[in-house]
Design a binder for this molecule. Structure first.
Ligand code: NDP
Length: 702
């Protein structure tokens, strides 16, 4: 009691600055004590002795040990915060503001062992002491908000938070390692250099993305003809939108007749030069294009996600990579293209030349825009053809970037051109007498129209069309594996995949358990912002397409199928602005139902059950489509027998929807004509010239 009175008197007698300095003295003594004895060993009595003050005075100022320690922690945090403010005050650029955060946190004074041990002591206690936790939260969020603010002009908006967290983690990690290694691995200078270097690398990658985004979305997109962008004479344009938000991404000029003529003339001239190059030379250019695609994977994936609504977690590992794989594969094949020599007896021999067709028009669908452009361009170019590519009007952006990449890789002007527009532009290509082949990816009806147009001038056609593919799960299948297959076969790219196995036939013995596991895993899937790396199901391509998918879901309900999960538009929060549909599963489906017969091209799976193999195969084949099929069984003999009996161009045993470039891809029945990928594609992009070589004089009867 006496002590308290004494202290109160003392405090009243002294002005604020004396109190501040006494507090400061106690805090410094506390840091010294912690540095020597550790957090647990430190007591108020030891601090008092070291600071030359009485223990009751400490209690008066700070109440108890935690109170004093909180003040010590605050002091450490404030010192860093002040360091940031002072340095940022001098910083002229956003990058310099980031550097200010790095420099303040990794300043020499944070690297002395006294301060280091104190920081470590607090970090060790933060989890247990709510007072410290609050200080730590403020400290961390202040660093993050400083970084986020500085990063905004430097990285794409959706990467700001992640990049800020990454830089903060690098700072903490480097500091922690230095402290734990007793400063033997790094000091303040090298730590700052290290983090700055990593930040520069991250920002360089982000810068590329910012540039491509600005170029790809901020201005009017023109047609790419003869190695450059050209103005369209007609002045007509269309808008491309981000289906996840509805926002306009870009305005695109439509190619009319003059641009098509220009493209054909450029392709004709370019093709002559290109075809005269050796296969190895052509291969080199394609390899370089593949390298550039990979180097720009981040920005191209971002652009594809914005244009298609597909999750960034897909586009960043599949779309660009598959395009690059395809270019590499056909780059390798280019130098090996050869005809054959035929022995015709002593008087002659023959040989064949494998020659390009000339000009190929590629017409793409909107679900895999860049991948489709590469899958068509790679074999066509490897074989010495030129290409005029028309993307689907809903996804016109990445093909233009591919054209730039080809040019940068050394492709002669005119060999790869991009014309933009709707079906009318496509028809100008399919009807043009100067074009020798059409390679289309699209719907069955479009395939028919294209083939009819192509017939007038007897063009070659490759048609990659729609499907309603079966996936058969036998009673001996590894069920978890089969569920994985069914999910991949239906919900990848929100179901907008031509080869999807949307008719899932499950043996009746395992049907209930299959459905139980399927429902659980489907409901755990994350529908969301396609730019969020955690999102697994993104947006559908357009409001019109979403409504079509929703109308199929309503038809399924009306026809009496049992809705297992999903069945509606996803509308939570910002999703309401976009075209999101919940992954949907119908059970108790019958072969006659509309949802079982027609291609929906959305996240809608139909589960049907069967009793025996013959029945399953017959029902799987009872469709006009024949793009793909899958079988899940552990019985090797049955797997091959069933596959042999399924009417489909591309099949999987114990997997679904994997499409390595080395394997030909394509459909039978109304799912298509011809093949993409694999050596088989060469047949569809070359023609054979037979040459007879006489070795003796002609024996003429005249
Ligand atoms: P569409 O058939 O509607 O369009 C495909 C392309 O053809 C578009 O670029 C379109 O232009 C163009 N086009 C349309 N009509 C004509 C015409 N008469 N002459 C020339 N060109 C024309 O398909 P979607 O873009 O809607 O794609 C979805 C379809 O594609 C689904 O059926 C799917 O199964 C199929 N697909 C098949 C694949 C396969 O490899 N088998 C792979 C991916 C998809 P615009 O869009 O500008 O009108």
């Amino acid at each position: 009691m006496i002590g308290v009175i004494t202290i109160t008197t003392l405090v009243h007698q002294n002005n604020g600055s004396t109190e501040d300095s006494r507090r400061g003295q106690i805090i410094e003594a506390a840091i010294d004590t912690i540095a020597e004895l550790g957090y647990v060993g430190t007591t108020l009595a030891q601090i008092a002795a070291r600071g030359g003050v009485s223990a009751p005075l400490i209690s008066h100022y700070f109440q108890d040990k935690n109170g004093l320690m909180e003040a010590v922690f605050r002091k450490l945090v404030q010192r860093v915060a002040r360091g940031v403010v002072v340095r940022q005050g001098r910083a002229q650029t956003p990058r310099a503001r980031i550097q200010a955060v790095i420099d303040a946190n990794l300043a020499p004074e944070e690297f002395d062992s006294r301060t280091g041990i104190a920081w470590l002591a607090f970090w060790g206690q933060v989890i247990h002491v709510p007072q410290f936790r609050r200080v730590q939260v403020v400290y961390q969020s202040r660093i993050l908000s400083n970084l986020r603010h500085a990063l905004r002009p430097l990285v794409p908006a959706h990467e700001v938070a992640e990049t800020a967290a990454m830089i903060a983690a690098m700072i903490d990690g480097v500091w922690l390692r230095a402290t734990l290694s007793d400063w033997s691995e790094t000091n303040s200078d090298s730590a700052r250099l290290m983090v700055s270097h990593l930040v520069d690398m991250a920002l360089a990658a982000a810068q590329g993305k910012m540039q491509i985004l600005q170029r790809a979305t901020g201005q009017v997109q023109k047609n790419f003809i003869n190695g450059g962008f050209v103005n369209a004479a007609g002045g007509e344009t269309f808008e491309t939108r981000n289906p996840a938000t509805g926002a306009v991404l870009s305005t695109v000029e439509i190619a009319g007749a003059p641009e098509i003529e220009q493209a054909v003339a450029a392709a004709r001239a370019g093709q002559r030069i290109w075809a005269r190059m050796t296969g190895a030379q052509r291969g080199r250019v394609l390899n370089e294009a593949a390298r550039l695609l990979r180097a720009k994977n981040g920005e191209l994936a971002l652009l594809e996600t914005l244009d298609t609504g597909k999750p960034i977690q897909e586009t960043s590992v599949v779309d660009v990579a598959s395009g690059a794989d395809c270019l590499e594969y056909f780059a390798g094949i280019a130098s090996g293209l050869a005809g054959e020599q035929v022995d015709l007896g002593p008087a002659a021999f023959g040989y064949t030349r494998r020659e390009p067709l000339g000009i190929v028009a590629g017409i793409g669908a909107w679900n895999y825009p860049l991948q489709i452009a590469c899958w068509k361009a790679a074999p066509a170019l490897a074989c010495g053809n030129a290409m005029i590519f028309k993307p689907a009007e809903m996804t016109p952006l990445t093909a233009l970037r591919l054209a730039e990449i080809f040019k940068e890789a050394g492709l002669p002007d005119g060999v790869f051109n991009v014309v933009q527009g709707f079906a009318a532009t496509g028809r100008m290509l399919t009807q043009h007498p100067g074009i020798h082949k059409i390679s289309l990816t699209g719907e069955v009806g479009t395939g028919r129209a294209v083939m009819a147009d192509a017939a007038a001038s007897l063009k070659h056609v490759t048609l990659e069309l729609g499907g309603k593919s079966p996936l058969l799960v036998f009673e001996d299948a590894d069920l978890d594996n089969a569920v994985s297959g069914a999910l991949l076969a239906n919900f990848y790219s929100a179901g907008e995949v031509c080869s999807n196995g949307t008719r899932v036939f499950v043996h009746e013995q395992v049907r209930d358990e299959f459905l139980r596991r399927l429902k659980l895993r489907t409901e755990a899937m994350r529908v969301g912002d396609p730019l969020d790396p955690a999102t697994q199901v993104g947006a559908l391509i357009s409001p019109a397409h979403m409504n079509k998918v929703l109308s199929y879901i309503e038809a399924g309900k009306a026809e009496g199928a049992t809705l297992v999960t999903g069945g509606a538009r996803a509308l939570a929060g910002a999703l309401a602005q976009g075209c999101f549909v919940e992954p949907t599963i119908f059970a108790d489906c019958h072969d006659e139902m509309k949802i079982v017969r027609e291609e929906i091209f959305g996240p809608v799976m139909c589960v049907l059950s069967f009793r025996d193999e013959d029945e399953a195969v017959a029902r799987a084949n009872a469709t006009r489509f024949g793009l793909s099929a899958g079988v899940f069984t552990q019985d090797l003999t049955r797997a091959h027998r069933v596959i042999a009996n399924l009417e489909a161009g591309t099949c999987w045993i114990n997997h679904f929807n994997v499409t390595p470039i080395e394997l030909p891809f394509g459909g039978v029945k109304q799912s298509g004509l011809g093949r993409e990928n694999g050596k088989a594609a060469i047949e569809h992009y070359t023609q054979i010239k037979s040459v007879y070589v006489a070795l003796e004089k002609i024996d003429a009867p005249y």
